[in-house]
Design a protein. Structure first.
Lengths: 83, 415
């Protein structure tokens, strides 16, 4: 796991899991389709990424599919960091 | 463009997908008034049978109260059936303003504006009072109508973990750069039946300069010692900036809702809330019935006291029988089953035993949180609840879930 994956995974666990939630979350755990993050709450994740990595993610790129795992989220971040 | 074969085929496949996923909703036809005992035709075409209703929002048992029906009939005779207008053209009668005034007094606010429903109130209120300079910070379990209303508003959206005050405070600190911060919560959460920690929320709002919004649809009329709502229960009457609520549950159960709160915010809704501006006025017959409801419950706490006693009794019956229920004090009592199919099977078997309840599962509740939501009413008598618990116990024994908690039920049935 690289540093970006670790940072985003830590944020997801802290932001979205309840204290008594003992589900194990890895970089490949489905977050949205798995019911951990709902689309209503996803906005804070997008804002965190934009602030942390100094990028702008267009809404079209912040889809439920693109944000479904930490791995896919990292791909989105890398795409816009390059641009 | 015609409704093409391709379009028809697409919709048919979509509907088949909903059915295959076990999410297809079907109505059950009731052949009687809404009450503790109702006659239900289910499945369609079957002879109606009398069952005990444990899933209505008829908390105070006023949906079919003779005095409410008589008042509605009077309203029909003297103010007519319809107004054929939105409020601000020619749709406001004296009784509309009278009801708004009575709701203001009942809720302990500054002003009130009626909407066709609370869904409409929630759809319109945020856009009317906030803009892109502001932020809305909502509990993650707020009602779907609030989520929709927030999506229509240009203010920034954020959420906090359910009733997690530390997380809410983090968000309030994070958004200090915004002009206005609005904390958004349900008073009683509709699926879990727990109450918002409004005293703590108001304290945080005062500390971090935020406004507070509460949807009290599942509380108005019975929560608090005189039924004013969650703000009365938590000792913060007069400190909630916006309350939305419905006339469609405890307050008569017909339809209609309102925004109530700070005078300027309500006036902004009167000027700008689109569901108010572009939807028909609440029918006179409903306004007349609602006025009688407020008169009945403002003069006596007998109904909410009976509901409270029924709730305490039902929670004890379920607990003693060995069901895993969500703790709380509201009249929403969820029986936890965790597995969607199990929730549907138990509900179906209970119906055969003469008890009308419904299973709830994803996406209505979170994955792995399937349940049967029971709801008490002041219309229930002790014998209704005694019969209901006998049926629950019989069905619970069939599925071998009595005395078992979350881990054991999940081990047996999965999620």
């Amino acid at each position: 796991m690289d540093e970006m994956e670790r940072t985003i995974l830590d944020y997801v666990v802290k932001e979205y899991l309840e204290e008594d939630d003992d589900r194990e979350v890895t970089v490949d755990t489905p977050l949205i389709s798995g019911g951990i993050v709902d689309s209503f709450s996803m906005v804070s994740l997008k804002r965190f990424l934009e602030k942390k990595y100094q990028i702008q993610i267009p809404d079209a790129d912040a889809s439920a599919d693109a944000f479904d795992t930490v791995t896919s989220i990292c791909a989105v971040v890398r795409k816009f960091k390059r641009n | 463009m015609a409704y093409s074969d391709a379009a028809r085929e697409w919709y048919r496949r979509e509907l088949a997908g909903i059915r295959d996923a076990g999410l297809f909703k079907e109505e059950r036809y009731i052949h009687s008034l809404q009450d503790a005992d109702i006659e239900v035709e289910f499945p369609e075409g079957a002879r109606p049978t009398t069952v005990i209703n444990l899933c209505a929002n008829n908390y105070l048992g006023l949906s079919s109260h003779p005095e409410v029906i008589a008042a509605a009939r009077e309203g029909l005779a003297h103010r007519g059936y319809g107004m054929s207008s939105v409020r601000f053209i020619c749709g406001t009668q004296d009784i509309h303003r009278e009801l708004e005034s009575k709701l203001t007094t009942f809720l302990g606010t500054e002003d009130t504006l009626l909407f066709p429903s609370c869904m409409d109130a929630n759809a319109g209120v945020f856009e009317a009072v906030l803009n892109e300079q502001d932020v809305m910070i909502a509990d993650r379990l707020v009602h779907a109508s609030i989520v929709d209303g927030m999506r229509l508003c240009k203010a920034m959206q954020d959420t906090y973990k359910h009733s997690d005050m530390a997380h809410l405070e983090e968000k309030l600190i994070e958004h200090q750069d915004k002009r206005f911060r609005l904390i958004i919560t349900d008073g009683v959460f509709s699926m879990d039946g727990d109450l918002a920690l409004l005293d703590q929320i108001v304290a945080l709002a005062e500390k971090h300069n935020a406004m507070v919004f509460v949807d009290d649809s599942h509380a108005s009329g019975y929560i608090g010692k005189t039924g004013r709502g969650t703000h009365e229960h938590c000792g913060v009457m007069g400190k909630i900036d916006i309350i939305t609520t419905t006339l469609g549950k405890a307050l008569g159960g017909a339809s209609g809702g309102c925004v109530s709160g700070r005078a300027e915010l309500v006036q902004m809704c009167r000027q700008r809330a689109r569901p108010y501006l572009f939807s028909n006025t609440v029918a006179p017959v409903i306004v007349s019935g609602a006025l009688k409801v407020l008169e009945l419950i403002s003069g006596s706490t007998e109904r909410r006291d009976k509901l409270e006693a029924n709730t305490v009794y039902w929670r004890k019956l379920l607990t003693d029988a060995g069901f895993d229920i969500k703790k709380g004090s509201s009249s929403i009592v969820p029986v936890m089953l965790y597995n969607a199919k199990l929730a549907q099977d138990v509900a179906r078997d209970l119906f055969k035993e003469g008890i009308y309840v419904v299973g709830f599962f994803f996406p209505v509740v979170a994955k792995g949180q399937a349940r049967i939501r029971t709801q008490l009413s002041a219309a229930h008598e002790k014998h209704h609840l005694d019969r209901a618990i006998a049926a629950f116990t019989k069905v619970g024994a069939k599925y071998d879930i009595l005395g078992k908690g979350k881990k054991e039920i999940i081990a047996q049935y999965g999620t």
